[in-house]
Write a protein that binds this ligand. Sequence first.
Ligand SMILES: [Ca+2]
Ligand SMILES: [Ca+2]
Ligand SMILES: [Ca+2]
Length: 178
Amino acid sequence: MKALFARRKSARSVPASRSLLRRALVLPAAAVVAVPALATEAQAGHQRTVNGSVAMRIMDHETFGANAVCNRSFDLKPAVVTVGGHVRVKAWAKCGGEIRVEVHYKLTLDPNGVVRVTEGIVKFFEGDSENTGDLDGASAFAHMILFPGLSLSTNVHVQNWNEGQPDDKADVRLTVRN
Ligand SMILES: [Ca+2]
Ligand SMILES: [Ca+2]
Ligand SMILES: [Ca+2]
């Protein structure tokens, strides 16, 4: 946090045009996009854009023939989080005609620009179709605390515990960036 305050102080001491340029140089591109041109320094600290990406390796057990294996990687839509509010993120991928894996988490923002990732859980659905509501496994993941500019990843394993089929499974890697 010391570094953040120091940057703001130095930005104030230069003319407005140079201040904007300086901000563009020292903050990540996502933060510059999220800050309206006329925002004051105080307002700028009350909103952050959080980017994320997901990579999954999913296996669908097949009674006959080889198991289906699906590798899915994608970027998440940037989430704008405001102090006092929250954003719930949901992402999913499907595999083999019977499986859907969902990633859920909640984003909140502290006044000092720190983003918190909480209520994180990966859900494993397996049933008659990829749109099934049959929840056969779930794994919660630990909270993440993201200082401005910081990126963190977490790995989550989930499988079909409900029906005891270990070949129905997924390994998920979630990356979030403040
Ligand atoms: Ca199957
Ligand atoms: Ca299948
Ligand atoms: Ca099932």
